[in-house]
Structures are given as C-alpha cells and as structure tokens.
Design a protein around this ligand. Structure first.
Ligand code: HEC
Ligand code: HEC
Ligand code: HEC
Length: 198
C-alpha cells in the first residue's frame, strides 16, 4: 500500500507545482504586458510611446488606450504568443540591463518589428477590409484594389498589413518627410512646438 500512497502524494505535489508555475507565469506575462510597463519601466521606449499618443492608434473605438501588446505580441496564449513574448521580453531586458545608453537604430528596429507583427492582431480591430478604419463607410477605391489583392482576389497578395501601412503608430524623424505621414507629422510638430513654448 505505501507504494500507492507515494504515487498519490507525488501526483498531488506535481499538480500543485504545475498550478503554481502556470499562475506565476500568467501573472508575469500579464504584468509585463501593461502599457505602463512597456512605456515607463523602460525609458528606451518613451519616444515610441509619446509618438503613439499622437497617432491614429492612440485610442480604440471605445476611447480606451491602445496598448503596445495589441500590435506587437500575437493575440491569444498560443505557441506564437509564447515565442514572441519570450524572445522580445528577453531581448528588451538584455538591452535594458547591458546596452542601456547605446543609441537605438530605429530604421533597423522598424524592419524587425514589422516581421513580428501579425496580421491577425490588426484584423481583431479591422475585421472588414472593405470598410474604412472606423468601420462606418466603404473603403476608398484605392483601398479596395489593394485589399482585394491582399485577400488574393486578383491573385497577387504579396505583403502583410504593415508592409503597406507603415508608421501607423510611431513616427521617427526620418519618416516625417513622407507624404502619407503628413497629418501624423503635423500633430507631432504642433505638440513639439507647444512643449517648447512652455
Ligand atoms: C497600432 C499598432 C501599434 C501599437 C499600439 C504600438 N506599435 Fe510599435 N510598431 C508598430 C508597427 C506597425 C511598427 C513597425 C514600424 C512602423 O511602421 O512604424 C512598430 C515599431 C515599433 C518599434 C521599432 C521601430 C521604431 O519606431 O522605433 C518599437 C521600439 C515599438 N514599435 C515600440 C512600441 C511601444 C513601446 C508601444 C507602446 C507604447 C508600441 N510600439 C505600440 C505598431 C504598433
Ligand atoms: C485595438 C484596436 C486596433 C488595432 C489592434 C489596430 N488598429 Fe488600426 N485603427 C484602430 C482605430 C480605432 C482606428 C481609427 C482611428 C480614427 O480614425 O479615429 C484605426 C486606424 C487605422 C488606419 C487608418 C489611419 C492611418 O493611420 O492610416 C489604418 C491604415 C490602420 N488602422 C491599420 C492597422 C494595422 C495595419 C494594424 C495592425 C498592425 C492595426 N491597424 C491595428 C484600431 C486598431
Ligand atoms: C498592398 C497594400 C496593402 C495591404 C497589404 C493592406 N492594405 Fe490596408 N490599405 C491599403 C490602401 C492603399 C488603402 C487606402 C488608403 C487611402 O485611400 O488613403 C488601405 C486602407 C486601409 C484602411 C482604411 C484606412 C482609413 O483611412 O480609413 C484600413 C483600416 C486598412 N487598410 C487596414 C489594413 C489591414 C488590417 C491590413 C492587413 C489585414 C491591410 N490593410 C493590408 C493598402 C494595403
């Protein structure tokens, strides 16, 4: 009988340990996904966070803040979520601890960021690609042609969302000259002028 009792005890211990592990992991994953963690725990990200506030993605349709993870970390708790979350978390931590102060090369970072941003995240908010951003009216003719291509309707989808839609949340200095970013650049400029006038 003691044999059976031991097995039983081991199973209880293993279950409790697993539950604890899941609980702690969940708490860590959630805590490191908040807006305040991403933008203020790491001073490195202050610029990106400041730009986000002047972009068209500052607020969702209900007026709530759109957090970094809504775009940057794959949605759900699947394997891709775990992989990207772990990889980018460890990389950010490494940079923060050991490379703090080295200038960030934003042109390079844009390329890396684009690779990791899933179309699925965009589609959670823009589920109908034939409607405009607020979903209130039909998309422009140009948008329809581009999105039909994306959807494979005329067989030539070649880019992810962020391949065509650049600078939807951030606007480094060197991208302010682009015509597509005119309004975003103006908002940034007005903000900087207002700040400097203080
Ligand atoms: C609406 C989607 C969205 C949100 C929200 C968002 N990002 Fe981004 N981010 C992008 C995209 C798209 C790129 C790829 C480069 C580009 O086109 O701007 C990017 C690029 C970046 C980059 C690398 C390039 C650069 O401009 O420095 C960093 C770092 C970054 N984001 C950090 C953040 C942080 C921190 C937050 C939250 C404060 C955030 N992002 C919120 C979409 C988003
Ligand atoms: C949390 C919800 C949310 C997510 C995630 C999101 N968007 Fe948006 N997006 C919005 C809202 C809300 C607006 C409309 C802002 C307005 O007009 O008031 C918008 C506006 C836009 C616009 C028009 C304005 C502009 O900057 O050109 C484009 C294009 C766009 N989103 C593409 C994307 C892409 C690509 C992604 C994925 C990287 C994405 N969005 C992720 C909510 C979201
Ligand atoms: C081949 C390039 C291309 C791809 C890929 C693409 N788009 Fe677009 N998208 C466009 C163009 C072009 C427009 C129209 C812009 C205009 O008329 O000013 C547009 C318009 C939009 C708008 C409406 C913007 C507004 O002002 O209301 C949203 C939202 C949007 N796209 C989201 C997405 C999402 C989400 C994805 C990925 C699932 C995506 N797009 C993929 C090119 C693309």
């Amino acid at each position: 009988m003691p044999e059976k009792k031991n097995t039983y005890r081991r199973m209880v211990i293993a279950t409790v340990a697993l539950a604890l592990f899941c609980g702690v992991s969940y708490a860590l994953l959630s805590a490191t996904s908040t807006m305040s963690f991403c933008s203020s725990a790491c001073h490195e990200m202050e610029e990106q966070a400041a730009e986000l506030r002047f972009s068209s993605h500052a607020r969702d349709k209900d007026g709530g803040d759109i957090s970094c993870v809504r775009c940057h970390i794959p949605a759900g708790f699947g394997p891709r979520y775990m992989a990207v979350k772990t990889y980018s978390g460890l990389k950010d931590l490494y940079m923060h601890l050991f490379r703090s102060g080295t200038p960030l090369l934003r042109a390079d970072m844009q390329k890396t960021a684009r690779r990791f941003i899933d179309d699925g995240n965009c589609l959670l908010c823009h589920d109908d690609l034939h409607r405009n951003a607020r979903g209130e009216q039909a998309i422009t003719d140009l948008g329809r042609i581009a999105h039909d291509a994306y959807l494979g309707k005329n067989g030539q989808a070649s880019s992810k969302c962020v391949g065509c839609h650049i600078n939807i949340a951030h606007l480094p200095e060197f991208d302010r000259r682009l015509e597509v970013n005119r309004f975003f650049a103006e908002r940034m400029k007005n903000n900087e002028e207002a700040r400097d006038a203080k």
